[in-house]
Design a protein. Structure first.
Length: 160
């Protein structure tokens, strides 16, 4: 029998160069820069929010953020939320002033709107909410037997 030839293979081994990596900045500096950038974006948003009369969507679009980002900022940053609320309140004050001007001019629609919203407690409403004594539910939570006893009691009072 013929002897099998041994096959030898050799792998060429080369030393690999270490991968180049960017030097990492210390976290504190990066976090500080991110915080400053966020503060600048929030400032720009507040300016845009005021310029869009307190309407969120166009303010977000004008500075390139999503509504989700706006709500995250509002929920996470008390100072930002207070400034947003202040701008919204100023807009409401402005619109109330315009409504009052229309009322002063005798605009019937404005007068009716005002009375339906501000004059509700005086009966200027198309919808009346009914509740029981001291704001309790009108629907009783009493059993049928308790209700029947109360009816008999009231019928007796009527007869007497």
């Amino acid at each position: 029998m013929a002897e099998a030839k041994k096959k030898t293979t050799t792998k060429k081994v080369t030393a690999s160069k270490p991968k180049a990596t960017k030097a990492k900045k210390p976290q504190a500096k990066g976090a500080k820069a991110n915080k400053e950038a966020k503060a600048q974006r929030q400032k720009k948003f507040l300016e845009a929010f005021a310029n869009t009369n307190g309407i969120i969507a166009p303010a977000c679009e004008s500075i390139g953020i999503s509504r989700k980002t706006f709500y995250l900022w509002k929920n996470e940053d008390k100072d930002f939320a207070e400034l947003v609320e202040e701008i919204a309140e100023r807009q409401t004050d402005f619109v109330e002033g315009k409504l009052q001007q229309k009322i002063d001019e005798g605009d019937t629609t404005a007068i009716i709107f005002y009375l339906k919203t501000k004059g509700r407690n005086r009966g200027y409403s198309e919808r009346i909410e009914l509740t029981g004594k001291d704001g309790e539910d009108l629907i009783s939570k009493k059993s049928d037997e308790e209700l029947e006893a109360r009816i008999k009691e009231l019928e007796k009072k009527i007869k007497d």
